[in-house]
Structures are given as C-alpha cells and as structure tokens.
Design a protein around this ligand. Structure first.
Ligand SMILES: Nc1nc2c(c(=O)[nH]1)N[C@H]1C(S)=C(S)[C@@H](COP(=O)(O)OP(=O)(O)OC[C@H]3O[C@@H](n4cnc5c(=O)[nH]c(N)nc54)[C@H](O)[C@@H]3O)O[C@H]1N2
Ligand SMILES: Nc1nc2c(c(=O)[nH]1)N[C@H]1C(S)=C(S)[C@@H](COP(=O)(O)OP(=O)(O)OC[C@H]3O[C@@H](n4cnc5c(=O)[nH]c(N)nc54)[C@H](O)[C@@H]3O)O[C@H]1N2
Ligand code: SF4
Ligand SMILES: [Mo]
Length: 719
C-alpha cells in the first residue's frame, strides 16, 4: 500500500509565507506546489519555496553534530557536543564574566515561532550585553522611529494593496524579494490590479528593477538621497495646502517643527541631489496627497542608507499628514490575530535594557547591539571582550560589514557554536556545530507577521515530515545548551521553570495557546487544524489614531528630536554630494536568499556581477564581462574584483552588487563554496564610526567606492 499523501503547509524563507501543498511518501517529501486554496497567497509561490525539498534533502546538509579537536572537526553525538559547548561557555563565563559570551541571531530565526522566544531567554540567561541580530543590517531604523513616533517598535503600517489608489514604493523590489515588513504574497500582481483600477504606482529606485519593469512609473533616484526626496514631498503637501488639517490637529504633535524642517527641502533644491526633476517630485506629491487612498512603502534600499531614520519618519509623516494613516486604501495599522504591540507594551517587553555597548557606547535596539561593532567587541582587549560566540540561523561573516576584518575576528574566538542547517561560511571557524531542523520538519505559525498582514490570517503548519538524521529544533538546542552551560532561561529560576515545564508538558502549543484565544476562541489549535489553508481573522477596526497610539501623549509624535538629529548632516550632504566615486547599491537575486540557498543549482544563482551604467563603463574603459576592481575609499579599505555587467538600468554614478557571495573554502556547502564571487561587505565599514547612533544600523547603500578596470577575476583581497 502506498503511503503517499498530501499536506498543506507554508513556506518560511521570506515574509510572504506562501501556502504550499507537500506531497509526502513516508518520510520523503516528493514535491511542493503552490496551494491554490490558501486564504491569502491563492496559488502563488516562487521557485525557492517549491524547490525547497532540494534543501531538505541536500547531501551537504548538516545532519550530525561536530566538535573541533586539534583543529579538525570530528563527528560526535549531539548530546556530547552540546555538553562540550556548554562546558566551554560555563568556563569562559566563570573566568571572564557574562559578557565574554556573545550571541548572533540571523534572519531565518524570525520565521520560526518559538526560536525567537528561546533565543531571547537564552541571551537573558547568559546575562550578556553582547547580543547581536540581523536587525542592524536590515531594519532597525524602523524599530527606533516607530518607537518614537507611534510609541512602540512593533507598530508599523502596511499597504492596503487591494484598495489603494496610489502606491509609492521606495527602496523595495517585491518582484524579487516579496519586500519586507509586509506579509503580502502576489504584491506585484496586486499593484498591477491597482493600476488597472486607474491608480498610480511609483517605483523609486536607483535601478530599473524587475518590479519597475512590471508595474508603475520608475523614478531613477541617486542612491542614499531618499530622505531628501520624501521631505520634498512633504514640502509640497504643506506648500500647496494638501494636508489633512483635521487629522493633524486631532492626532499629532510636532507639526510646526516638521513644517519648519521641510522648508529647506523645496523640490528645486532637492532635484539635483536626488537626480529627480522638481516637476516629477511635485507631480508625485500631488498625486499622493489627492488620491483616494495612498501608501508609501519604504524598505531595505532606504533602511540600509545613511538617513534611514529620517526617511522612515518622513514616510510616516507623509501618510499621517495626507490622512492616509490607518485609513482604508492607505497605510493600515493592523491589530492582527495577536495584538503583539499592545501586549508587549502592557507587560513592558518593548522596553530596552539599560546597558550600553563597551565599544562606542551604543544603546540596544530590541535588546541587540549594532552588528558593525562585533569585530571590535571581539578584538578589543579588556573587560567584557567577547571570547565565544553562539551563532543561531545566521551567517555573519557574509551578512555583516567587515570582510577580512570580521574573518580575522571570528577566527580568533575561543569558541564559536553554530546552530544551522549547514556548516555555513561562518561555521568554517566554528568549534561546535549543531544540526537544525528545517521548516518541513517543524511546526510553526506566522506569528511574527500577524500585524504586518493587509489581510489578517493565521495558519498552523504542522510538521510535513519527522526530523531527519540527528537534526533538532533550534529551540530544543537552546534548551539543552543552556542547561549544559548552567544558564537559567530568561535569567531567573522561575522563568526557566515556566519555560521548561510548559515545553515538556504541552510542547510549543502550551506556550502559545493563551495568546491566540482572544482571536480564535477557547480551543485555538483545534480551530486552526480545521483550516489547513489558513484562517482569516477579521478583527480590524480603523481605530488606531483614536485608541492604539502608544506614545505617552497618545498622539503621533511627528518630530521626536532623536529621530531628526541628522537633519543638518542631510542638508550638508545635499550641498556637497559625492560625485567623484561610484555609490554602492544593494541587489537581491530571484533565486538565492542572502547567503544561503546557493548550494543547489536550481536555487542559487551561480554568478555574481557588478552592474554599472554604460556612461560609467565607458569612462572606466570597461566592457561587458571585463573585471572591475572596487575598493573602499576609507584608508584601510579592502578591495574586490568582479565581472562587470553594463546596464542602462542602473543610475549613472552607482554600482549594484549582490551580497552573500565570497563563500569560504572551508564551508560545508560544497557547491556554494566552489562558486566564484566576492564578499561585497568587505567594502562596507565596521566600527563605531560606521554605525547610526540611534538605530545601530550599518550602511550598505551609498557607500562610496573607487572603481577601475582590473586584469582578471579574483577573490576579495585585503589592501
Ligand atoms: N529572492 C530573494 N528574496 C528575498 C531576499 C533575497 O536575498 N532574495 N532577502 C529577504 C530579506 S532578508 C529581506 S530584508 C527582503 C528585502 O526586500 P526589499 O525591501 O524589497 O529589498 P531588496 O529586494 O533588497 O530591494 C531593495 C531595492 O532598493 C534599491 N535601492 C538600493 N539603494 C537605494 C537607494 O538609495 N534608494 C532607493 N530608493 N532604493 C535603493 C535596490 O536597487 C533594490 O531594488 O527580501 C527578502 N526576500
Ligand atoms: N551587502 C548587503 N548585505 C546585507 C544585505 C544587503 O542587502 N546587502 N541584507 C542584510 C539583510 S536584510 C539581512 S536579513 C542579513 C541576513 O543575514 P543572516 O541572517 O546572518 O544571513 P543569511 O545569509 O540569511 O544566513 C542564514 C543562515 O541561516 C541558516 N538557516 C536557514 N533556516 C534555518 C533554520 O530554520 N534554523 C537554523 N538554525 N538555521 C537556518 C542558513 O543555512 C544560513 O546559514 O544580511 C544583511 N546583509
Ligand atoms: S515568495 Fe518564495 S521564498 Fe517567499 S514565502 Fe513565497 S515561496 Fe517562499
Ligand atoms: Mo533582511
């Protein structure tokens, strides 16, 4: 008798969380296809999701645990490696104190329901201030700005895609990425529908992207100038009396400071800096302010620049001032199935710890210090120096700035524990490797995204197959590692007991059920099991401005001083922009995901190029396929060489380079390790000077680089 059956699940690679149907034969996943019955994705999924069985079955997967002895990795039982790692952590903490052990949590952890909870409990248990995550590489500007403007780092508007009449996309390429801070599969299709309804879509991007080719009007902006562009839109809105005076009066503070600030950003002044004409700026501002429902979605291309705080504050101000914040067709403030923001606020979980980083004195954001100081915290001797690092679902060597500098720092650690699907590039320096389950082996709910859904829903994905080999859930590893190291989860005996008892008695569901009861009733999991393709939860009232703003004043704070401190610097940059160097911009690829998924021919792209405009190519004497040498402008700058792709799609003066390449020869993902390519983050700066004081964000966008023709393609080299 055949045991072939089907099971509904969802993909946990990116924020779209597309519904999938898995065909399973015994313990084998034979196929994954888009789920046509999914309540939101409705048959949409990309090739990464439908080909994920190749990752699940990859012969290079980390299926067992390893420990390094005398320089060589040796396989050992998981329990033994956990004990050994625990002993090392215990010794180092006893000898050097709690800050000697650092933790880095990477992006995929966010797609697991329990991992973030256990990771925070583990960090609190260690009592270390040296906790880092991908937030300072990605979106911390949004957290700090929302905290100041709306009262909580967890409050963010999402585009009302299906009702809007005007969409402004700034620094996002949803055709490739499905964007971020929004759980909206089929976004480009829905933007196309918006246009067919007679609405307008503007794609503000230094590259004519895959998205810009499919929808809307492309506005080619110079890199790292969006804050000025958005302030110019506000300038026009105020100047032409297009603001919603009633909303401002009833719900906002700081209007007059904002009005004063935007005076300096008249379209005519901003135009030469942004490379966008004053006419176009005015037209976009008028369209946005007068359309029957507008949103402005600002994403990573802006977050990763210099002025991400101002840009996000300007975006929120633009939406509020034009009456679009939490208004149908505009930028919705969703309550979602679980009101995580309100709940965290009530219990004080959104308060930051009081500590500061040793290097640079930075305040944590969501508990985490800026990643761009990790190398310094490891290398700088003294009290509190990091001696051991636990890396969970991350690949800091390639995702953080630093290149050689960071490589040297990671190699100098006394212990590096990597908990991952693979022995990734960072793990080439690991002393302990622990194998994790993937999402086909795991139960999850899209809890991190519930307040970022234009159409609120929940879905319970039960494991499609049992964990293979010796793979274990990340939360399970953390539970055992903390016990082995003598650490109390959450930092106290009682929190440790609560977590362990709940997980032992009812598994993850015991912990989660109470949070789901308000939306789903007394037996939430039974209800979710009856809705395998997802369950829509409609609890939405457009009551945000009246009831749910969490600032002390209960009003939207348009002009918190700390958010706007770099305004003077922006004005100075506008007067004195760098036209001498090429400015770096980011580029994601359709296949591949940050540094991972490169290990399979049908998933990862197989070559990395630097994209430059024909004018720049000509000036530099470069032709398609030639090698370009890019070097950081700073004194100790590193350099790399890549094949060049000449493309009129990128704005003159910029160079677009995908990240996540330059894999370590010693990594366990053998195909990936053999790919050509270079770590573009060798060009990005590290150290306290490279970090935004408020958000801890480092900079990947707008980094000035020297460019010249090179003789041949080689790996990244230190100068
Ligand atoms: N296929 C694929 N999908 C992914 C990922 C992946 O690696 N591959 N990564 C996932 C992750 S972790 C994230 S955070 C999301 C990110 O998803 P998005 O936020 O959509 O980010 P990107 O796809 O990087 O698109 C950023 C866009 O910003 C543009 N840009 C660069 N500099 C500037 C600038 O100065 N101004 C403006 N206006 N635009 C600029 C780039 O040209 C690019 O088109 O994607 C997720 N989805
Ligand atoms: N130049 C440049 N640099 C960037 C960016 C950019 O646009 N340009 N983007 C930044 C952004 S937005 C992000 S989010 C970061 C990402 O930074 P990271 O999260 O540090 O890096 P990833 O490459 O996503 O690596 C994820 C790792 O997690 C593993 N993994 C996947 N699923 C699981 C799981 O379920 N459990 C465990 N334990 N491991 C798992 C993968 O095998 C891989 O090794 O990179 C940042 N770096
Ligand atoms: S867009 Fe692709 S990677 Fe993202 S959730 Fe959907 S199937 Fe997965
Ligand atoms: Mo990200």
């Amino acid at each position: 008798m055949s045991s072939v059956h089907e099971r509904a699940t969802y993909c946990r690679i990116c924020e779209a969380a597309c519904g999938l149907i898995a065909t399973v034969d015994g313990s084998e996943v034979i196929a994954l296809r888009p789920d046509r019955d999914h309540v939101v994705s409705r048959g949409f999924a990309c090739a990464k999701g439908t080909r994920f069985a190749a990752i699940h079955d990859d012969p290079d997967r980390l299926n067992h645990a390893f420990v390094r002895r005398a320089g060589k990795l040796e396989r050992a039982p998981v329990g033994a490696v956990l004990r050994d790692a625990g002993d090392r952590i215990r010794e180092l903490r006893e000898r050097y104190g709690p800050h000697a052990v650092g933790v880095y949590v990477g992006n995929p952890a966010a797609f697991s329901t329990l991992t973030p909870v256990l990771a925070m409990a583990f960090v609190r248990g260690l009592g270390t201030r040296n906790y880092f995550n991908a937030g300072s590489l990605d979106c911390n500007n949004k957290f700090v700005v929302s905290r100041a403007v709306l009262g909580s780092p967890a409050l963010h508007p999402v585009p009302d895609l299906d009702r809007a009449a005007c969409a402004l996309l700034v620094g996002t390429n949803p055709s490739v990425s499905q964007s971020s801070f929004v759980n909206a599969p089929r976004m480009v299709e829905r933007l196309g529908a918006l246009e067919r309804r007679g609405g307008r879509v503007f794609v503000i991007d230094p590259r004519r992207t895959e998205t810009a080719r499919m929808v809307g009007e492309h506005v080619a902006i110079r890199p790292d100038t969006d804050a000025a562009f958005l302030l110019a839109l506000l300038h026009v809105a105020f100047d032409e009396g297009l603001e919603d005076a009633r909303t401002l009066r009833r719900h906002a503070n700081g209007e007059s400071e904002l009005r004063t600030a935007v005076l300096a950003f008249a379209p005519e002044r901003v135009a030469p800096f942004c490379g966008v004409s004053a006419d176009v700026i005015r037209r976009i501002a008028r369209t946005f302010a007068t359309a029957n429902g507008s949103f402005c979605h600002v994403s990573t291309g802006v977050n990763q620049g210099t002025f991400g705080n101002i840009a996000y504050a300007a975006k929120l101000a633009l939406e509020l001032c034009t009456g679009n914040l939490d208004s149908p067709g505009g930028a919705l403030m969703q309550r979602g199935a679980v009101d995580a923001a309100g709940w965290a606020h009530r219990f004080g979980f959104d308060r930051e710890p009081a500590h500061r980083s040793r290097v640079g004195g930075f305040a944590p954001v969501l508990g985490a210090l800026p990643s761009a100081i990790l190398a310094d915290e490891i290398e700088q001797p003294g009290d509190g120096q990091i001696r051991a690092l636990v890396v969970l679902a991350g690949n800091p060597l390639l995702s953080m700035p630093g290149g050689e500098r960071l490589r040297r720092a990671l190699a100098s650690l006394d212990a590096l524990v990597s908990i991952d699907l693979y022995a990734n590039d960072t793990a080439a320096f690991a002393t302990h490797l622990l194998p994790s389950t993937d999402w086909l082996e795991r139960e999850d709910l899209p809890l991190a995204q519930v307040q970022l859904q234009p159409e609120p829903y929940l879905q319970l994905a039960e494991p499609v197959v049992a964990p293979q080999h010796e793979r274990r859930h990340d939360w399970h590893h953390l539970l055992d590692l903390s016990a082995a190291a003598g650490i109390r989860l959450g930092g106290s005996g009682s929190s440790d007991r609560v977590l362990r008892t709940a997980l032992a008695a009812g598994g993850p569901r015991a912990l989660l059920a109470p949070a789901l009861v308000p939306a789903l009733g007394p037996r939430p999991f039974a209800r979710l099991q009856r809705a395998p393709h997802g369950l829509r939860v409609d609890r939405e009232k457009r009551d945000f401005l009246r009831r749910r703003v969490l600032t002390p004043s209960g009003r939207v704070e348009l002009f918190p001083a700390e958010v706007w401190v770099r305004l003077g610097e922006l004005e100075a940059r506008m007067r004195d922009a760098d036209h001498e160097h090429l400015l770096l911009v980011t580029k994601r690829e359709r296949l591949g995901h940050n540094s991972w998924l490169h290990n399979h021919a049908r998933l990862g792209a197989d070559h990395q190029c630097a994209y430059v405009h024909p004018d720049d190519a000509e000036r530099l004497g470069l032709e398609q396929g030639d090698s370009i040498r890019l070097s950081a402008v700073r004194p100790d700058g590193q350099a790399l060489e890549l094949p060049v792709a000449v493309s009129a799609d990128v704005v003159p003066g910029s160079v677009a380079v995908p990240h996540g390449y330059g894999h370590e020869p010693g990594a366990g993902w053998r195909r990936a390790a053999a790919l050509p390519g270079a770590n573009v983050n060798a060009l990005a700066d590290t150290g306290p000077g490279a970090v935004d004081r408020l958000s801890g964000m480092c900079r990947f966008v707008g980094v000035p680089v020297r460019a010249e023709r090179a003789a041949g393609a080689v790996r990244e080299t230190a100068e």
